[in-house]
Design a protein around this ligand. Structure first.
Ligand code: NDP
Length: 475
């Protein structure tokens, strides 16, 4: 049977674009449909604009510190419109780069939604169908608002932050995960008064407890108010709070324009407290983009949260249909989606079945200070086997010089039996850069003694990773 393409990719994010380009480089005919902007979550409304906002927000503290270091600095106000215009210019540039990469690789682009018709056919928004020997679903995910909070549509989600007309004066962030913590630090750094409601006892669920504790402490010291064991119960425009019945609205998580900017919002917490904020930001997790893709009709299995179920080779329950990235609900990280895309091409087009290795993925949370982590947390490692914990927390030179209280953390979890480093956790400015390097050693199976054989780079914070002599405890 003749097909229009060897491969049709639905979704132009990091994973889909990489798979399309690599397949095209193998001489395959490739089509790709994207209904929004090329580049997907990472480039357009995630990692990239977020990191640029991290940079922007760090200059306030840097200016304060510079004064302490002897510079004659006058810190002005942050000009959000000026930064935002430059930010969007950069995103436009990057989108153009993505489009050029695809075009130059020979990938045919369709700026349209595509849905599955059968295992070899997709239908575009204009009704035109395209056939392909293989279909790759890389539609990513989207932020979701809780369904049980009245008027949740009045709140923002992460996609909205980059398009705010003005920064709110007081912001409430719901959630304590990656996105909640990163934006709490960013917005606080830009001068917004930030409070967080998290239903758990600590931020960054799933991370090493000691690391979480230090980040939370530093965030509080920098002015962020963290309410633990607290959730939002109710919200409405402050002007309507005495007339709750009239104000109750829908809880749609998508498709409803948030009414931010139209006056303060009143919120009530599960603890019974009431407060007002200029904006409420739901950072309460993400859902896979699988709605109305035609999956059920052709028998592609999905899981409890709507994620596409795939095997080790990213194959769905239907032959010839594969899925990669956030839509599969495996590990929601850009570099992982890219790896999955490349493994897919190896498997399907290069006759080299390649399972995706999801073990020991280094990752960073771009809080201030950052968290860099690879491998097991202390809690996970100790549950697995007897371990030695090597850990140090100290005031780094740059801050200590100007009497800042901020501390950093360097931590290694070592198997007593094999001496392998099972986990490495860093809380420090630049931890994201450091953990990339430490991740190589941990992935190679380095032992504590391998770390010790490496000469320290002095004076740095990360030299502590190779100079910790005695365990602080065993577990
Ligand atoms: P996370 O899963 O990290 O955090 C979600 C947070 O929302 C948790 O604190 C969770 O609480 C809370 N929550 C969930 N549902 C509710 C609810 N109904 N009411 C109140 N709180 C709720 O999701 P994010 O959206 O922050 O990030 C999604 C993924 O994106 C991350 O897991 C990560 O893989 C990726 N990401 C990576 C980044 C990076 O690499 N730097 C940056 C941003 C995102 P609880 O813990 O109690 O469940």
């Amino acid at each position: 049977m003749d097909f229009d393409f060897d491969l049709f990719v639905i979704g132009g994010g990091s994973g889909g674009v990489r798979a399309a380009r690599v397949a095209a480089a193998e001489g395959k005919t490739v089509g790709l449909a994207e209904e929004s902007r090329m580049g997907g979550t990472c480039v357009i409304r995630g990692c990239v604009p977020k990191k640029l906002m991290v940079f922007a927000s760090s200059f306030g503290t840097a200016a304060d510190d510079a004064g302490q270091y002897g510079w004659d600095i006058t810190k002005g106000d942050f000009d959000w419109p000026s930064f935002q215009s430059r930010l969007h210019g950069e995103l436009d540039r990057l989108e153009g780069v993505y489009q050029s990469l695809l075009k130059n690789s020979g990938v045919e682009m369709f700026h349209s939604r595509a849905v599955l018709v059968d295992k070899h056919t997709v239908k575009l928004g204009n009704g035109v169908t395209k056939t392909a020997r293989h279909i790759l679903i890389a539609t990513g995910g989207r932020p979701v608002r809780p369904q049980d909070v009245p008027n949740a549509h009045l709140g923002l989600v992460s996609d909205d932050i980059f398009n705010l007309k003005a920064l709110p004066k007081r912001m409430l962030i719901i959630g304590g995960g990656y996105i909640a913590c990163e934006f709490a630090c960013i917005l606080n750094g830009l001068g917004v008064e930030v409070e967080m409601y998290l239903r758990g006892a600590q931020i960054l669920n799933g991370f090493d407890d000691e690391a979480r504790g230090l980040v939370a402490e530093t965030m509080k010291q920098s002015g962020i108010v963290i309410h633990t064991g607290t959730n939002i119960l109710d919200m409405c425009p402050a002007a309507d709070k005495d007339n709750r019945e009239a104000a109750s609205g829908t809880n749609e998580s998508m498709g409803v324009a948030p009414a931010h900017g139209s006056g303060p919002l009143w919120v009530k917490t599960t603890m019974g407290a009431e407060a007002e904020f200029d904006a409420v930001f739901f950072a309460t997790g993400r859902a896979p983009n699988t709605n109305d893709l035609g999956l059920e009709d052709i028998g592609v299995d999905t899981g409890r949260k709507g994620e596409i179920v795939v095997d080790d080779f990213s194959k769905t329950s239907v032959d010839h249909i594969y899925a990669i990235g956030d839509v599969t609900g495996r590990v929601e990280l850009t570099p992982v989606a890219i790896r999955e895309g490349m493994a897919f091409v190896e498997t399907v087009f290069k006759d080299n079945p390649t399972p995706v290795d999801h073990d020991l993925i280094p990752t960073a949370v771009f809080t201030q200070p950052e968290v860099g982590t690879v491998g097991l947390t202390e809690e996970q490692a100790a549950a697995q086997e007897p371990i030695d914990v090597y850990c140090t927390s100290f005031r780094p030179m740059q801050g200590a010089f100007i009497e800042k209280a901020d501390r950093v953390l360097m931590k290694l979890l070592v198997s007593q039996k094999t001496r392998k480093v099972l986990g490495c956790h860093i809380v420090a400015d630049g931890a994201g850069e450091m953990i990339q390097m430490a991740g190589i050693a941990v992935k190679m199976g380095a032992t504590k003694e391998d770390f010790d054989r490496v000469c320290a780079v002095h004076p740095t914070m990360s030299e502590e990773l190779v100079t910790m002599k005695t365990p602080v405890r065993s577990a």
